[in-house]
Design a protein around this ligand. Sequence first.
Ligand SMILES: [Zn+2]
Length: 341
Amino acid sequence: MRQDVLPELSELQRIIAAGGSQLQSRIVCEVRSGKRQFPVHAITLGNPSREVPAVGFFGGVHGLERIGAEVVIAYLASLVMRLQWDSVLQRQLESLRFVFMPLVNPGGMSLGTRANPRGVDLMRNAPISATEDVPFLVGGQRISSRLPWYRGPSHGPMEPENEALCKIVEEELLSRRFSIALDCHSGFGISDRIWFPYAYTTRPIAHLAEMHALKDIFDRTHAHHRYVFEPQSRQYLAHGDLWDYLYLRACADPERTFLPLTLEMGSWLWVRKNPRQLFSRHGMFNPTIAHRQQRVLRRHLPWLDFVARAACSGARWIPTGEARQGHRALALKRWYGGTVR
Ligand SMILES: [Zn+2]
């Protein structure tokens, strides 16, 4: 079957080949889209021991948001090139496990749809429902797969792409005491945002102090960054969020710390510079001019590299005792109006 219709997939396969024996690649599921079939790849590198922390990078969950997949692929490409000469990276690989799933929804990407080929929005498909009101349709709906934000049938299994993603997260991230995941999206609003759970409730997560400490070291390391760091619930609530679901699973073991993050690249920035993009099929979600695309890719790579370094170095910044209480209090004030509902 033809597989050459997705440039992102061809690029990913070229990078996997270039990595040779220094990385492992497996096909975690195959997705059919019309007459075509696409593999979903998972790539791992670094120390496989359960004793070291892990970091996971995910992209292409929404088929329209190609730039998300491209950012993850660009970071993987840069690591693969550095494997050949960078001894600092070699040391990092001794104390960290890297996981990549850059193209979770290749079927949707080939069709130019947010949903997968079965019409299901993978970020509304996890078995978890919001406990407060969600915005109509956008928050996830079970009216029809022909409408956007379709959750899939109730009580059905998750979509194969999501099953595969969850399996990788369980095997590679939740099997360790500390891990961070970053899922890259685009298309929401003007600013670049970094979201953490929850999406299903306005209540704070158990690891609010750790999230605040992570934001704190990021602010101090990249003083002029432009990201808005916040819980997703500050923008809107949704049913079926995969990272809510995986975070709650991770919390079943109190010894485990799993910090899932979502990068939302604010596409209105590039639409404003080229309003004609509003009328192109991919334009709202992706910069269409090559130099702008390169600038978007470049701008976010330092954030991805920061996440990998933070995952590797948790012992140096994860707060304990009074410091942890202090971070939690600051986080409640910053993001939750100082009170817990
Ligand atoms: Zn998205």
